[in-house]
Design a protein around this ligand. Structure first.
Ligand code: HT7
Ligand code: ZN
Length: 866
């Protein structure tokens, strides 16, 4: 496959002012007639270029004409992925008819069928599977779309914009025409045809316009749409109030589909959602699920401005829309729920998964410089680190200037396809600041390291902080320039009094900061709120961390102090395990946790965060060389020690939070349930009989999926096999017709750490609920086994790796995007011991030796082996 480079960007030679589409949707085929009004681009560098349109090789071209004149085969060239026509006039109408086979399309890109309904996924390059088109984000066009289909089978026909006409034919078929007045790139095109149920509502914008809100799903899921609707209305109001952005069409539609490669898609006026990100009901959805629905509904809605009205010039700029929109949705969720808990969750994801990506062979800058397959760059770096970069701008400028910058960005670039530089330029204009150095966050990969040391002069009441920054090499970038970053900090006295709080700006490789009038030796509370996506090193004593855990006024850093302490103690036990010494659990930690558990004034949600040990995945990210067995053993030891030492406290916390209230997914209730289920997990970890019975009782009596699933997982993973098997059966019997709940059933089993895990997942892949064409099922089984069952996936004999590689080779034929994503764990081979690393390499090589790998899988495998 070809590599595409950012530096090769050229403006499009041809523009499309209007795109008129007609889809004849049938069971055996779909005919697409596209009429493109084409003009040469006055801004193009090279005039008189041939017309080049992208078009997938599998698409059948039935007819091609220019201004009504049919073109013969000799008038154009069809090459891999292109159609080229020489000698075209300056302005003309190209008409093109293509024949598609959506029912055979298993890639879930372009036009395909999900559970009998037609739907599309065009980002990033799916539109070229529908018709020949300059399928690139800087070609924006006004679309008019007519859908024709059987009225009984497909009573609902949807596309972008507003419905402007409809009718019925004599043969039982009907048609609807949709006009979208806003010019858009082809990646935002969408259609849906199916027999769908509908939840309707409306929203009145601040300027008084009425917008119809429609969420479509299969009829059986109609009772699971209320939460998404409420989230949508909350998001619409929030975007008006916080960003001054109103919605701009008469209708906003969301459609839920079960076969979908990602979470959701922000197509103009017609979002298409993975069912997992839109359906929510207390009986079938966990608290986490509810929060994901709220966040994704908001994210897609926010794209209407940050992505649709102002879009990306090219796909290297993907973070322009994704980083900004993730920042926006995170702030929305923080406002709707607990700000500190949301920050802790996001930072945990960043530190665990994005940091790991940033040190892997697939590491890339937030604005990548090259790619083979753009689908591989919908990454945690582009999304989550990209959001951190926007957050840093917000911190450096302050909320008010940031809002002015955002207003200016939208005003300057409305209707345009622009770059991350344009975004930063708007922030520079309003603030009068030079952000040239700051832009290295977009161009340099890797996680920077901050090494902090300090000195206190008691006589002069002077405190000095020295900060050194560095960034490790990443593929293609051996040397990094220093970053410009905000370092929020506090200085805290030993009794917990705050002596100073403020924001420092770091620009140099090494910088010293001096604080006067500091009357006692402070403990620095550094990087408050995780003000920059870096690895912070400061030589805290255990006592200092315990003090910050107790007293820091910054909630995030309170939690972080506890995490640092746990990580240090876990790392000590890992070493003892390797040295064959008995592991020990720190009394100081037990006492600190006891105090936290006895502090009934603490917010249960925060308490639950503080009492959660860092995950095995996070400990792996922190390790020089990942020792799977030592990480597992040390964490299990600490978990069971803390469980036994604090048994009474866990029980009290459980009882305190077991309030028998009616289910609600609000922040307080979610917090109580998270502490309750954490306490239950620790109780069960004591392996004392009453607690497994308590879990079983909770399973039976719960009125919501959060409590039911938490109890179910504990029993299913326990050594009481009789009860476990009974519940596995009961859960299946109860929920076998709920596809999303069955995904949980698969994941619980795939992450079961008991012996025989691989045999169990092999068997589950044959179970009727598993369907290898459905990405949600693949993530639930294969993703969960490889990501949440490290012990077994990383079995020393390489059996876990061979199993995954077998799946990837099979899936690559069917859905390359998903195959490439599932491959991620194997790309981390360099982090493991030589035996495991060797086994992973064998599997990567096995894939490399396979002919006909997709570009998606080829890119990941070849870069991993470099
Ligand atoms: N912008 C959307 C991206 C997306 C996507 C990308 C590649 C392949 C399939 C996809 N489905 C959706 C998602 C988002 O809002 O960020
Ligand atoms: Zn997005």
């Amino acid at each position: 496959p070809n590599t595409i480079y950012l530096e090769d960007y050229q403006p499009p030679a041809w523009l499309i002012s209007h795109t008129k589409l007609r889809f004849e949707l049938e069971e055996e085929q779909t005919l697409v007639r596209a009429q493109l009004s084409i003009q040469s681009n006055p801004a193009a560098r090279d005039k008189r270029m041939p017309l080049e349109l992208f078009g997938d090789e599998g698409m059948e071209l039935c007819r091609l004409s220019i201004d009504g004149q049919i073109l013969e085969a000799c008038d154009y060239q069809r090459e891999a992925g292109y159609l080229r026509i020489n000698n075209v006039p300056d302005t003309f109408v190209l008409e093109c008819v293509t024949r598609l086979l959506p029912h055979e399309n298993t890639t879930l890109e372009g036009l395909y069928k999900s559970d009998g309904m037609f739907c599309t996924q065009c980002e990033a390059e799916g539109f070229r599977r529908i018709t020949f088109f300059p399928d690139r984000p800087d070609v924006m066009s006004v679309f008019s779309t007519t859908l024709v289909a059987d009225k009984c089978l497909y009573p609902v026909l949807l596309s972008n914009g507003n419905p402007v006409d409809s009718g019925e034919d004599d043969d039982g078929r009907h048609w609807v025409t949709w006009d979208d007045p806003w010019p858009k790139p082809s990646y935002l095109f969408a259609l849906v045809a199916g027999d769908l149920a509908l939840l309707e509502d409306s929203f009145t914008t601040l300027s008084g316009r009425e917008v119809a809100l429609r969420i479509y799903a299969e009829r059986k899921d109609l009772d699971k749409l209320d939460y998404a609707m409420q989230s949508l209305k909350n998001a619409m109001r929030w975007d008006e109030e916080v960003y001054g952005r109103e919605y701009d069409l008469d209708i906003y539609m969301i459609v839920a589909v079960d076969f979908f490669n990602m979470g959701a898609m922000e197509n103009k006026g017609l979002n298409i959602f993975n069912t997992s990100c839109v359906l929510a009901h207390p009986l079938t959805t966990t608290d986490q699920g509810f929060q994901r629905v709220e966040a994704v509904v908001a994210h897609e809605y926010f794209h209407n401005w940050s992505g649709n009205r102002v879009t990306c010039r090219d796909w290297f700029q993907l973070s322009l829309k994704e980083g900004f929109t993730v920042f926006r949705d995170a702030e929305f969720s923080a406002d709707m729920n607990s700000r500190t808990v949301k920050r802790i969750e996001d930072v945990t994801l960043l530190r665990t998964a994005q940091f790991a990506e940033d040190s892997s062979p697939m590491a890339h800058p937030v604005r990548p410089e090259s790619y083979m397959e753009i689908s591989n760059f919908y990454t945690l770096t582009v999304y989550e680190k990209g959001a951190e970069v926007v957050r840093m701008l917000h911190t450096l400028l302050g909320a008010e200037l940031f809002r002015q910058g955002s207003d200016l960005y939208f005003e300057r670039h409305d209707g345009q396809a622009v770059t991350t530089d344009d975004f930063v330029a708007a922030m520079e204009t309003v603030s009068g600041r030079d952000l040239t150095q700051f832009k290295r966050w977009y161009s340099q990969a890797g996680t920077p390291r901050l090494q902090v040391s300090d000195q206190y002069d008691a006589r002069a009441c002077e405190y000095r902080l020295t900060v050194r920054q560095s960034c490790p090499p990443s593929p293609g970038q051996d040397h990094k320039q220093p970053y410009h970053l905000p370092l929020a900090l506090g200085l805290v006295a030993e009794d917990g009094t705050e002596l100073y709080a403020g924001l420092l700006e770091l620009t140099g490789e090494e910088q010293e900061f001096c604080f006067d009038n500091i009357k006692q030796c402070p403990v620095p509370s550094l990087l408050r709120g995780f003000s920059a996506p870096v690895k912070l090193e400061y030589d805290y004593s255990d006592a200092q961390l315990l003090m910050l855990l107790r007293h820091d006024t910054d909630g995030f850093n309170r939690w972080d102090a506890g995490q640092r302490l746990s990580i240090r103690l876990l790392q000590e036990q890992m070493q003892r395990y390797r040295d064959g010494q008995p592991m020990v659990c720190s009394e100081a930690l037990i006492e600190a946790w006891r105090q936290l558990l006895n502090d009934t004034a603490l917010d249960p949600a925060m308490l639950a965060q503080c009492l959660r040990l860092p995950s095995e995945a996070q400990l792996s990210e922190l390790a020089e060389q990942i020792d799977v067995a030592a990480i597992h053993a040390a964490r299990e030891f600490m978990r069971t020690s803390l469980a036994a030492a604090l048994e009474q406290e866990w029980l009290q916390a459980y009882q305190r939070c077991d309030t028998n209230e009616l289910y609600a997914p609000d922040a307080d209730a979610v917090g109580r349930r998270s502490l309750k289920n954490l306490a239950l997990a620790y109780l069960v970890a004591t392996e004392r009989e009453p607690w497994l019975a308590l879990a079983r009782q909770q399973y039976q009596q719960s009125d919501n999926m959060t409590d039911q699933l938490a109890a179910f997982a504990l029993v299913a993973h326990s050594d009481d096999r009789e009860t476990a098997e009974e519940l596995l059966q009961a859960f299946y019997q109860q929920w076998q017709h709920e596809s999303l709940v069955m995904n949980q059933w698969l994941s619980v089993q795939a992450s079961d750490p008991r012996d025989g895990a691989l045999e169990r997942v092999v068997a589950l892949a044959q179970h009727p609920v598993f369907d290898m064409r459905n990405p949600n099922k693949l993530r639930a089984l294969i993703g969960a086994f490889c990501g949440q069952n490290a012990q077994h996936f990383h079995a020393e004999d390489g059996s876990g790796y061979a199993w995954l590689a077998g799946w990837i080779l099979q899936l690559d034929q069917q859905n390359p995007q998903i195959a490439a994503r599932l491959l991620t764990p194997l790309t981390r081979w360099k982090r493991y011991d030589p035996v495991r690393a060797g086994q992973m390499q064998v599997q990567l090589q096995r894939m490399m030796d396979t002919t006909e790998l997709s570009a998606d899988v080829y890119e990941v495998v070849s870069k991993s082996l470099m």
